[in-house]
Design a protein around this ligand. Structure first.
Ligand code: DX5
Ligand code: ZN
Length: 216
């Protein structure tokens, strides 16, 4: 079953509750919170205050996408803020097993995210330990960009690895999805589509979500 994850980076922050409710009532399954530190990526998006408020605003699953250096310093804090799944970046740590341990100790689901330039094989040795793998499919840290077509091959490689290893982690793609290209990613084997612009700019989220899920 395809799931839709709404990235609030593209929301109107003056009306955040309304925007999140619009996604929930539109049939989205997950709220995606993009956290940056101006260091791991050259952008400042939102931190703990906004994340905590956003988590209180919905019953949807909440994913915290930590695009930050030293994720270990913030895992517990985002867990306390209400995230259900915490995604650290493989490139931000030399100790993925420690990150996964901290996330589990916080009682949350653990995910790893990959930059477009990072090969899938670099995480092959710990795929068994995560609940989710997120492939970033645009230049990391910014909304509203175009999908990098070469990322399709990474999705296919990850789907094959999952099958070969007999694993069941969730596969997400994040960035550059449009009503025209999104469905094809699910057909490659993606479970969850993370989208900002596509969802928040849609005049009819319910109709779009139904169409992407193949319900109409
Ligand atoms: C990019 C962020 C995405 C971003 C996607 O690094 O992680 O979540 O908000 O935005 P769109 O869907 O507009 O490409
Ligand atoms: Zn993201």
């Amino acid at each position: 079953m395809l799931a839709l994850s709404a990235s609030i980076l593209s929301a109107d922050f003056l009306r955040l509750q309304e925007e999140i409710t619009r996604m929930e009532q539109g049939g989205c399954d997950v709220l995606h919170i993009d956290v940056t530190d101006g260091h791991f990526v050259p952008n400042l998006t939102m931190g703990l205050c906004v994340a905590e408020a956003a988590c209180r605003a919905t019953k949807m699953r909440k994913d915290a996408h930590l695009m930050i250096s030293r994720p270990q310093d913030f895992i517990k804090k985002f867990a306390d803020a209400g995230a259900d799944l915490i995604l650290f970046h493989h490139e931000a740590t030399s100790h993925p097993f420690e990150m996964i341990k901290y996330i589990r100790e916080s009682g949350k689901m653990a995910g790893v995210a990959l930059d477009p330039a990072t090969p899938v094989r670099s995480i092959a040795h710990y795929l068994h330990a995560v609940d989710t793998v997120l492939l970033v499919t645009v230049c990391v840290g910014f909304g509203g960009q175009s999908y990098i077509d070469e990322m399709d091959a990474k999705v296919e490689e990850l789907v094959s690895l999952r099958r070969e290893k007999g694993l069941h982690f969730e596969i997400q793609v994040d960035g550059g999805l449009t009503p025209e290209n999104a469905r094809a990613k699910h057909e490659l084997g993606v479970d969850t589509l993370v989208a900002g612009s596509m969802l928040f700019q849609s005049p009819d989220v319910r109709q779009l979500v139904r169409q992407l899920k193949g319900e109409c």
